[in-house]
Design a protein around this ligand. Structure first.
Ligand SMILES: [Zn+2]
Length: 203
């Protein structure tokens, strides 16, 4: 898939990043994720992923308090995420609307299927947590690690967690980084280690 002239202009800042480039941008445009999110972290991640050219298709879950931000107006809390995103995504980036790809981006708890990449947003005590898996990552280790996580942080910490989740998802779509991993996100914006739980086969 060759980039069109308006796409080269739209994505020029990320195309100029050595790790992305034209080929990486083509992969971001070819990819897509199904979103399951109701709050600040998931909707922030969706906004960044969509702005980068990757398709985002929301599930029907109602948007919760904290969802308002880049994509969602305050008056839309309580409405279906799919309904709101189908309306706002064409204004943000028309490249992000036609559903495609096998990615999953979800606030925990969530069910997981498809090839991936998968990015889970959750909480670990007072900090935010992200668990991610590319197509080659172990499904059982991913699920064991996400099962140990709790409720997501709200407010600014949730927004930052979402932005970080979008970046991790984009790296996986481009083919960068480990196929499985986890990290913590602490106030005021500090990336920390989070141990993976290992399944019986990998442990
Ligand atoms: Zn495993």
């Amino acid at each position: 898939m060759a980039l069109r002239e308006e796409q080269i202009l739209r994505y020029s800042r990320q195309i100029l990043l050595r790790e992305v480039g034209g080929r990486g941008q083509e992969k971001l445009l070819a990819g897509g994720v199904r979103l399951k999110a109701a709050g600040a972290a998931g909707l922030t991640a969706a906004a960044y992923v969509a702005a980068g050219g990757t398709a985002v298709e929301s599930g029907p879950e109602p948007l919760g308090p904290g969802a308002e931000g880049f994509l969602v107006q305050a008056g839309e809390v309580g409405r279906s995420g799919s309904e709101v995103l189908e309306r706002v995504l064409p204004e943000l980036n028309a490249d992000a609307l036609p559903a495609r790809g096998t990615g999953r981006l979800a606030e925990l708890p969530a069910a997981w299927d498809g090839e991936g990449p998968w990015v889970a947003l959750g909480g670990d005590g007072t900090r935010g947590a992200i668990v991610f898996r590319g197509a080659d990552g172990c499904v059982e280790c991913f699920e064991a690690t996400t099962a140990a996580l709790g409720a997501l942080p709200s407010g600014a910490l949730g927004v930052g967690l979402g932005a970080l989740g979008a970046l991790i998802l984009q790296r996986l779509l481009i083919g960068l980084g480990p196929a499985l991993g986890a990290c913590g996100w602490e106030a005021p914006g500090l990336l920390t280690d989070l141990s993976m739980r290992r399944c019986g086969r990998c442990g």
